[in-house]
Design a protein around this ligand. Structure first.
Ligand code: PSU
Ligand code: MN
Length: 305
């Protein structure tokens, strides 16, 4: 087997890992392809601050000039947010990015892969990819990476640009444990309730850390998905955002948008056509997820996991 790459880490991240202190990985496709400049870069730094405020060290993950990075400086965050040549990398794209010296925002799958290489076990994002609507067989590699890589991912559930029931079925098939924090219903990103119940409710971050340790102890070998509902005050009206999503999907279809471009196109359309309301909700839930991930990482570090 080829020797594994050790990602380049900031001193802060390397020291925290060496000392067994809590670290939270953060993804960067949300910066490069999920939110508009300059709010994207500002939010990335606000999310890092939210992790620090809970007593953990943030490690924003990306590929910079072909180097896998865990922990970025402000100038690198700005480049990801601003430079339109930055590509979107899922796990399978990492080798080509390294070989060609590319700069990439990493999706959930690629961020999990790099976090695992760095030895970071907890990761916060906004929403994961999943099974897209329709019968086009567009299924995000986020699901397959969750099935293969032992990293806990905190998200706000799954956006209804995707087929939520099929995404939940696929997670079950792949035997990825699903935890819902502080609620019974699985959340739908902009709204707190997808109308579906999946996984197990947890009300205590330490108990989530304990479940993750137990998953490892039974040899599961998968990641774990923690769904954290958007705060009530930031949640959007379900009917309103539902109609906006349907219109964005119809436009993507009419324009023949396919492959890796689908999710960024839909996210961009939602942000544009809601006059900033969807963006504000997205920011609120990412911050909320960063705080919960930090609390889980702090609990893990305290338990010596
Ligand atoms: N869903 C969101 N926000 C996002 C993404 C998905 O609500 O920013 C991004 C994440 O980086 C996720 C990626 O990993 O899109 C999935 O892309 P695809 O559907 O091409 O696998
Ligand atoms: Mn896809």
């Amino acid at each position: 087997m080829a020797r594994r790459i050790q990602p380049q880490m900031t001193d802060e991240v390397a020291t925290a890992l060496a000392q067994g202190r809590p670290v939270v990985a953060l993804e960067s496709t949300i910066i490069s392809h999920g939110m508009p400049w300059p709010r994207n870069a500002e939010v990335a730094l606000e999310v890092e601050a939210a992790v620090r405020a809970e007593g953990a060290v943030p490690a924003t993950i990306a590929v910079i000039d072909g180097v896998l990075c865990a922990g970025l400086g402000a100038a690198q965050v700005e480049r990801l947010g601003r430079d339109t040549k930055v590509v979107k990398a899922a796990s399978r794209d990492l080798g080509a990015c390294i070989a060609k010296g590319r700069t990439a925002g990493t999706t959930v799958s690629a961020t999990m892969r790099i976090a695992a290489l760095a030895g970071i076990g907890v990761f916060a994002t906004g929403g994961i990819g999943g099974v897209h609507r329709g019968d086009g067989m567009d299924v995000s590699a986020d699901l397959t990476e969750l099935a293969e890589t032992d990293v806990l991912v905190v998200c706000a559930g799954v956006k209804s640009i995707l087929d939520i029931p099929r995404t939940l079925e696929m997670l079950e098939t792949l035997r990825v444990p699903v935890a819902v924090f502080g609620a019974d219903a699985f959340p739908a990103f902009y709204t707190r309730d997808s109308g579906l119940v999946a996984g197990e409710r947890f009300d205590d971050p330490a108990q989530i850390a304990a479940a993750r340790a137990a998953n490892a102890a039974v040899g599961l070998g998968t990641g774990m998905l923690v769904a954290n509902p958007i705060p009530e005050a930031a949640a959007l009206d379900a009917a309103g955002i539902g109609a906006t999503i349907d219109a964005a999907l119809a436009e993507a279809e009419a324009r023949g948008i396919t492959g890796q471009a689908v999710t960024p196109f839909l996210l961009g359309r939602l942000n544009e056509s809601t006059d900033g309301t969807a963006l504000a909700a997205n920011i609120a839930l990412v911050l909320n997820n960063a705080r919960l991930a930090a609390r889980i990482a702090v609990a893990e570090a305290g338990a010596g996991v």
